[in-house]
Design a binder for this molecule. Structure first.
Ligand SMILES: *[C@@H]1O[C@H](CO)[C@@H](O)[C@H](O)[C@H]1NC(C)=O
Ligand SMILES: *[C@@H]1O[C@H](CO)[C@@H](O)[C@H](O)[C@H]1NC(C)=O
Ligand SMILES: *[C@@H]1O[C@H](CO)[C@@H](O)[C@H](O)[C@H]1NC(C)=O
Ligand SMILES: [Ca+2]
Ligand SMILES: [Ca+2]
Ligand SMILES: [Zn+2]
Ligand SMILES: [Zn+2]
Length: 491
């Protein structure tokens, strides 16, 4: 179990969980008129769960317990901006009975030095257990939306995987579910999440005794998922009602823009801004000086707007365009116009090499990334299996490296550029078209040099040749303009 969460787990592991708290007795001096034993039970369970209240010593009622109970009530009142009376007044009891997140509100200072962040920018997730409240694809969609909330405000990229060992495992569970934090039936705790780390670290559990919805009845899954994901990324509870990280459920929270300024500041302090690149190293980690990338980064950054910058491969992948250069990658969001960057394996963990050529087949929502005589398949951002030989595309065995590849959606053909020749492959018929290879310059007049990369968008093929881009109108069969390659990554 990960350390960030251990302040809670140690407490709960040592102390019997809420299910076995039936014999709680509260010091008499705390019992004021009008308070029922139920209120005390509610308050005690609440403080045990969320305010690190220590249970009464087994040998009798101690003055210390009474003091600690009152001081925990005050801590809780302070957190929620209530009058810090230490008494269980109606306002306090109301907050205590509100549905909320299962993660504690108090920080354990002894664990502050623990890195409460992921140490890379690409994080995988997997949904291992669904609820019957919503159709599976609705759950998929809402969970993906929750990930997008944080992806849009950080350099993090989330990739859904079907593996049982993804970084963030998402599951709907009820009562005891094997992690020392049993759920409590309807109401009370809605969900909980573990801070960044190996194993259970990052995992998110929703209480399946609740009614989960995509709207405003019951509990809105997107709202709760986005909150819990904040914890998975290392965020703590906020006292600010406007914050997504406020611990109690607020149905009124607009699902339009979930993150408050404070949430954005929080995630930025952990991972840097959307466009930053170097934060994936734990800060103050001395290893950083021995890592070759540490030297590579600043150079690469300066080079971004170097007029001679060229790319190895360019491809659409989902809603983004990927620019590969050596072992480095820029990802430009096609709709939101922001760029993330970093070493390729930071985003595509299976890839340790450079990418020579890449193409996107929109009909299959699949990108093919080629290195040497092998290619990887990335379908809806999920890696499919092992690398396969490019001979699957009908490319002759002797070809050990492809310069560029591009898929023309209109014709269903994929073009492979190899030195001054190119091949045309019909994906549907799974054969190389008969009359190929042909000379590039015969069919693409004006292009008599080796192609570095090619990408097809809106009936134009963009040929990246050194630092230049040739815009080729596929209907007109001619080059209709040129531009600098680095314009594409914001120079
Ligand atoms: C706090 O105390 C003041 C004065 O006693 C009272 O007017 C106010 O209503 C209390 N607020 C809450 C939230 O209990
Ligand atoms: C490429 O074509 C241009 C004109 O289109 C010509 O000036 C140049 O010499 C050619 N280069 C090669 C290597 O054939
Ligand atoms: C390509 O050329 C055709 C024919 O001249 C023209 O109709 C079309 O608008 C051009 N496409 C682009 C994207 O420039
Ligand atoms: Ca519950
Ligand atoms: Ca290339
Ligand atoms: Zn929470
Ligand atoms: Zn759990």
């Amino acid at each position: 179990m990960h350390l960030m969460f251990c302040w809670t787990c140690i407490l709960v592991l040592i102390l019997p969980g809420p299910n076995s708290t039936g014999t709680i007795s509260i010091p008499e001096e705390d019992v004021t008129p009008g308070q029922t034993q139920n209120d005390l039970k509610l308050a005690t369970e609440y403080l045990l769960r969320y305010y690190t209240l220590k249970k009464e010593h087994p040998f009798g009622r101690s003055k210390r317990y009474s003091l600690s109970f009152t001081s925990k009530v005050k801590d809780m009142q302070r957190f929620f901006g209530l009058n810090t009376t230490g008494a269980l007044d109606p306002e306090t009891l109301e907050v205590m009975s509100s549905p909320r997140c299962g993660v504690s509100d108090v920080e354990d200072y002894s664990h502050r030095s623990q890195a409460n962040r992921w140490t890379r920018n690409l994080i995988t997730y997997s949904i291992s257990k669904y609820t019957s409240d919503l159709p599976r694809n609705t759950v998929d969609h809402l969970i993906e939306s929750a990930f997008n909330v944080w992806a849009s405000a950080s350099p993090l990229t989330f990739v859904r995987s079907n593996s049982l060992t993804a970084d963030i495992m998402v599951a709907f569970q009820s009562y005891d579910h094997g992690d020392a934090f049993p759920f409590d039936g309807t109401g009370g705790t809605l969900a909980h999440a573990f801070g960044p780390g190996e194993g259970i670290g990052g995992d998110i559990h929703f209480d399946d005794s609740e009614t989960w919805t995509a709207g405003s009845k019951g509990f809105n899954l997107l709202l709760v998922a986005a909150h819990e994901l904040g914890h998975s990324l290392g965020m703590r509870h906020s006292q600010n009602r406007e914050s997504l990280m406020y611990p109690t459920y607020k149905s009124s929270h607009s699902t339009h823009s979930l993150l408050s300024k404070e949430d954005i500041a929080g995630i930025t302090s952990l991972y840097g801004t959307k466009n930053s690149f170097s934060y994936y190293y734990p800060r103050l980690d001395l290893n950083v000086f021995y890592n070759p990338w540490f030297l590579g980064f600043p150079l690469m950054m300066q080079d971004k707007c170097d007029p001679d910058l060229s790319f190895d491969a360019v491809s659409t992948l989902g809603d983004a365009t990927y620019f590969f250069k050596d072992k480095y990658l820029w990802i430009k969001d096609n709709k939101k116009y922001y760029i993330k960057e970093g070493p390729i394996n930071n985003f595509l963990p299976k890839i340790e090499s450079k990418i020579d050529a890449a193409f996107w087949v929109p009909r299959e929502s699949t990108a093919y990334l080629i290195h040497g005589s092998k290619y990887w398949t990335v379908k809806r951002s999920i890696f499919k299996g092992k690398p396969k030989p490019i001979s699957n595309f009908g490319i002759p065995q002797w070809v050990q490296e492809v310069d560029a590849a591009v898929h023309i959606a209109k014709t269903g053909r994929t073009l492979f550029f190899i030195h001054n020749f190119y091949y045309s492959f019909s994906k549907r018929q799974r054969v190389m078209d008969a009359i190929y290879p042909k000379h590039i310059s015969d069919d693409f007049p004006g292009l008599n040099r080796t192609i570095d990369a090619a990408v097809y968008k809106d009936d134009l093929i963009y040929f990246f040749v050194g630092p230049e881009v040739y815009k080729y109108n596929y209907t007109q069969k001619q080059v209709v303009g040129t531009e600098k390659a680095n314009i594409w990554i914001g120079c």
